[in-house]
Unconditional design. Sequence first.
Length: 255
Amino acid sequence: MSFSLLCQEAMGKNGRVAIDIMLILIQFSFTIAQISFINGTLISISKLYFNSFFDETMIAIFVTIVLTRIAVVRKLHHFSFAFMLGSVLIFLVCIFTIGFCINKINIEGVADNFTPFRTENIFGVIGFSVYVFEGIGTLMPIMAAAEKPKDFPKILLLAMLSLTSFYILFGEMGYAAYGNEMKDSIILLDLPDTNVFVQVMRILYCVNLFCGYSLCIYPTNNILESYVLKNVPRSKARTLLKNIMRLIIVILGVV
């Protein structure tokens, strides 16, 4: 079962096409944000430690090669270790970032313009929350690949409660430390560039994004291939066409 099939049962063929288009665009847009952070971090490291020896083109080619290699793997269960590693890395990055925020608060105090709850921007938060819970399009593929799908709803509930609580804590700590001083939408980019520890955190976060790319882009690739290659029989030619399509998707994201 998938979102597409559910929508077809509820709203017919046109409904399925509509949800497929939305899933393709949503998941692809999430990967663009991931790739943008990876490129920006690698460019920053190249400037600081390699005197810009690795330019933007070289970094873009490197990212394209790595992500393409990841994208051409068909089965999600092959990435089970990578997903676990990515989860551990992102947890460590969040803990370290909160540590930086606490240290800043201890030294400089809470930001002057800190307001725990601001009603004037509440509707903007709703839009940002869609990005926060970006994994919605991958829920059914993950459940299908799970060893015990019947236990998945319980795990999902616990995951949502844990994530929501942690997002609130993380957001409040960052806002209390920096207030309106933040220049970037990602707090890691506001931490001091010259701090080696910060660069290590950014690299770990990039590794996490690499680990999660296959899962994030999975719905986009799967849906596109179901339409474009619908009448192409299983063969080496079909596999080659799939790989080419996935390469194109990666290139579009990098560009």
